[in-house]
Design a binder for this molecule. Structure first.
Ligand SMILES: *[C@@H]1O[C@H](CO)[C@@H](O)[C@H](O)[C@H]1NC(C)=O
Ligand SMILES: *[C@@H]1O[C@H](CO)[C@@H](O)[C@H](O)[C@H]1NC(C)=O
Ligand SMILES: *[C@@H]1O[C@H](CO)[C@@H](O)[C@H](O)[C@H]1NC(C)=O
Ligand SMILES: *[C@@H]1O[C@H](CO)[C@@H](O)[C@H](O)[C@H]1NC(C)=O
Ligand SMILES: *[C@@H]1O[C@H](CO)[C@@H](O)[C@H](O)[C@H]1NC(C)=O
Length: 476
């Protein structure tokens, strides 16, 4: 969906790699957007890049020092001319032997090592797939939770300031372009106005020049967004602003009379396609606590539980949904995460709807999987024939689980269990829409639901803040 837009950004910024004779055979994706674990390597990459730039800076500084010394020596010498042979030889010697050396200094190629390193790092940087996935994630978050653009840019979620690095004109412009590409002109205009606001407030225009940031690109997008909204007067204003900077902008010269015409003869505007509507409905719902006769008690119905009773909360009677608190301790959680890290993989079928990576652990190859599989059987009392697998899931930006909008049922099984391996600070709730039930993730708790007909569908709402891990097991 965002492909065209990316092309536009690359062209607009003039950094087309191919144009510079550097054809990269980048892999499809490094999964930076769909897994918080994969993001860690991005931080390492950034450190390497910073170090490399610092080294480059040192090379240039050392070089500049030599040039300054040469200037100083020459200036000092020529500032105090004298008419005697002592001085005459000194000047002659200087010009004869020093100046050729100065040429060598000027001709020296600088930082070739750092330039090579920088080019190598390009191969490890996020791909267009990663970038599109992260934009898609922001789109999902903003749509599902109805987030205000300004709050998002300022790092405010639900009225709380999360003290994160604020967004700037770059992020706002890119989101404005993304929404424009989706023909969501209202949101597009919001983001572009924010970009303009940050542009006008920008303390360092030189920094923008380095990034080839053009005010005119922003004005052009604002014309498009307002035109898409049928606000022809505003569109004309931005078109004129643009022409005042670039009087010969031929595209805008042609747009102006078109906008005049449209203002006099407005056309019917098309409504944008709405995405994520089911998820929005499910996740923004506040579900009142319906059942008051549900209990929270210590259970000891198996020999194992008699040794270590657990607190169980029954959440729904009809579908038998329960949560066991304190099912898994911190140490086991850590061990489980450690064991699954090298196994985390993108799941082509699921990752689309899940924004996650999944690692399968089997009882036969991992002690921790055997231990947890055993605990699940002990506690639920469901013997699990054959299935020795435990699925560990690590989520990325806006990580969520959103089964097909039209999904009516899953594969029938005895029961499903889901163990929360982390807390989600905001978002990430498990919702059973048919039971009007929303469960907040709590590290170490296990959710169990009986599902013999495969009719119980659950969703996991997009994570707004936090690093989310869960383990999943289907009991057949
Ligand atoms: C456009 O966005 C503004 C600000 O977010 C909102 O108040 C308004 O309702 C939106 N208008 C439409 C037509 O969606
Ligand atoms: C715009 O075009 C005119 C004539 O074509 C030319 O004289 C003028 O220098 C151009 N202005 C700029 C700013 O390029
Ligand atoms: C998990 O891995 C980290 C890093 O390798 C290590 O420091 C930690 O001790 C491990 N934890 C457990 C419980 O295995
Ligand atoms: C992981 O295990 C589940 C359930 O046993 C299975 O459906 C899935 O295909 C497995 N995934 C991989 C990548 O092996
Ligand atoms: C994931 O979403 C796509 C598009 O909405 C849908 O076609 C597909 O069936 C979904 N997959 C699952 C496992 O829900």
């Amino acid at each position: 969906m965002v492909k065209m837009l990316l092309l536009f950004i690359v062209l607009a910024a003039g950094v087309g790699l191919q144009a510079k004779g550097l054809v990269l055979s980048a892999p499809e994706s490094y999964d930076f957007a769909i897994s918080s674990e994969s993001q860690l390597s991005l931080l390492k990459l950034k450190e390497t890049q910073v170090k490399n730039l610092q080294n480059y800076n040192e090379v240039l500084k050392t070089h500049l020092k030599k040039i300054k010394l040469a200037i100083k020596y020459s200036e000092d010498l020529l500032r105090t001319p004298g008419h005697n042979f002592l001085f005459g030889l000194k000047v002659l010697r200087h010009i004869y032997t020093d100046w050729p050396q100065y040429i060598n200094i000027l001709k020296k190629e600088l930082g070739s090592k750092e330039i090579l390193i920088s080019q190598d790092l390009l191969m490890q940087q996020p791909t267009s797939v990663d970038f599109e996935e992260s934009l898609g994630a922001v789109y999902r978050l903003q749509t599902v939770y109805n987030l205000d653009s300004y709050d998002m840019a300022e790092g405010i979620l639900d009225g709380k300031d999360y003290k994160v690095k604020k967004w700037s004109i770059d992020e706002c412009l890119i989101l404005g372009l993304m929404y424009q590409d989706l023909k969501h002109y209202n949101e597009s205009e919001n983001w572009l106005q924010l970009a303009l606001y940050y542009y006008e407030d920008h303390p360092n225009r030189e920094e923008l020049k380095i990034k080839l940031w053009e005010h005119s690109n922003l004005l052009e997008s604002l014309v498009e967004a307002n035109k898409g909204l049928g606000r022809y007067l505003e569109a004309k204003k931005f078109a004129k602003d643009l022409l005042s900077i670039l009087p010969n902008h031929s595209y805008m010269q042609k747009q102006l009379p078109k906008l005049e015409y449209l203002q006099a003869n407005p056309i019917k505007l098309t409504k944008p396609k709405k995405d994520h509507q089911l998820q929005k409905e499910i996740c923004s719902n506040r579900y009142s606590k319906a059942n008051t006769n549900l209990v929270c008690r210590y259970v000891d119905w198996t020999p194992f539980l008699q040794l270590a009773p657990l607190k169980m909360e029954e959440l729904s009677m009809e579908t038998h949904i329960s949560i066991f608190h304190g099912f898994l301790g911190k140490k086991d959680i850590e061990t489980l995460k450690n064991a699954s890290r090298p196994k985390l993989q993108r799941n082509e079928h699921l990752s689309w709807n899940c924004s996650c990576k999944i690692g399968n652990l089997s009882s036969s190859s991992h002690d921790i999987a055997r231990k947890i599989n055993g605990l699940i059987i002990d506690i639920t009392g469901f013997p699990s024939k054959g299935n020795q697998m435990l699925e560990v899931i690590n989520y990325g930006i806006a990580g969520n689980y959103n089964p097909d909008d039209t999904a009516k049922s899953t594969t029938p099984n005895k029961a499903n269990t889901l163990i929360f391996l982390s807390d989600a600070e905001k978002g990430g709730e498990i919702v059973f829409p048919s039971r009007q039930l929303k469960v907040k993730p709590r590290k170490g708790s296990m959710l169990v639901w009986v599902n013999p007909k495969g009719s119980v569908i659950y969703h996991q709402c997009p994570i707004l803040k936090g690093n989310m891990w869960v383990a999943n097991k289907v009991l057949n």
